[in-house]
Write a protein that binds this ligand. Structure first.
Ligand SMILES: Nc1ncnc2c1ncn2[C@@H]1O[C@H](COP(=O)(O)OP(=O)(O)OP(=O)(O)O)[C@@H](O)[C@H]1O
Length: 235
């Protein structure tokens, strides 16, 4: 069963004049697949990520999440499915500076219903996996940019999501730190997590199993080489 299956998804923002941000998107992502979404500014990438992550609703179309039709789910059901299914990583890590690394990871478990005694074990495990065991008690604001982003990945995966959604996760990182974030995504994909990454970064596009590009709210698969990046207007 596919992790995600969007069919004919549209999104029109009802402003004046209305904005057709997505105009009939078909996208299927399998468990363990790594998909990069590219497209110029305003093409609809964030809109698509918000709809996939149940942060926003499509105007029309069908969305199957692990085979379940969520197109018309109510908000309580969407909240439950979002917490159960997705981990999110953003360009700005959104690490809380006045909380320790361990407390930041704990935030990723809050909505998951994991028993209290299992929490500490999970937090320790995931901090070790991202190489931050020695920083567990350090305040978020004292971490380096690369450490913060690894911590953001830890927080996103601690509840064992089935789908990892990332918006420019390597945008602020140097090569070495970007590579370690992509390595962490690889580990997740190897465990069957579907990974969908919005990126402008050629290296991240090359890392993906599949690259799709949004052009004016429509999705197209593109050849798996990045020489076309200039042609679609990526910076
Ligand atoms: N809440 C909103 N209300 C009205 N229009 C919106 C809203 N959010 C996005 N848009 C418009 O929808 C279109 C798609 O926006 P979106 O943020 O999805 O693009 P993007 O590809 O993520 O761009 P960027 O790379 O600049 O972040 C744009 O024209 C944008 O101005």
């Amino acid at each position: 069963m596919s992790a995600l299956d969007l069919s004919g998804v549209t999104k029109t923002y009802l402003v004046d004049p209305p904005v057709e941000a997505l105009r009939g998107v078909d996208l299927t992502v399998e468990p363990g697949e790594r998909v990069a979404v590219l497209g110029r500014s305003g093409a609809g990438k964030s809109t698509l990520l918000n709809i996939v992550g149940l942060l926003d609703e499509p105007t029309s179309g069908t969305y199957l999440l692990a085979g379940q039709d969520v197109s018309a789910s109510g908000s309580a059901e969407r909240d439950r499915l979002r917490a159960e299914t997705f981990g999110f990583v953003f360009q700005e890590s959104h690490v809380l500076g006045h909380r320790t690394a361990a407390q930041n990871v704990w935030l990723g478990l809050m909505a998951s219903g994991v028993a209290r005694r299992e929490r500490d074990v999970r937090i320790a495990e995931v901090l070790e996996r991202v190489g931050l065991t020695h920083r567990a008690d350090s305040l978020g604001r004292l971490l380096s940019g690369g450490e913060k982003q690894r911590l953001a990945v830890a927080r996103a995966v601690v509840a064992r999501p089935r789908v990892l959604l990332a918006d420019e996760p390597t945008g602020n990182l140097d090569d070495a730190n970007a590579t370690s974030v992509l390595d962490l995504f690889d580990e997740q994909a190897a465990q069957g997590v579907a990974v969908v990454v919005i990126t402008h970064d050629a290296r991240t596009a090359q890392w993906a199993d599949r690259v799709v590009t949004l052009v004016d709210g429509r999705l197209a698969s593109v050849p798996h080489d990045v020489s076309w990046l200039d042609r679609v207007g990526a910076p």
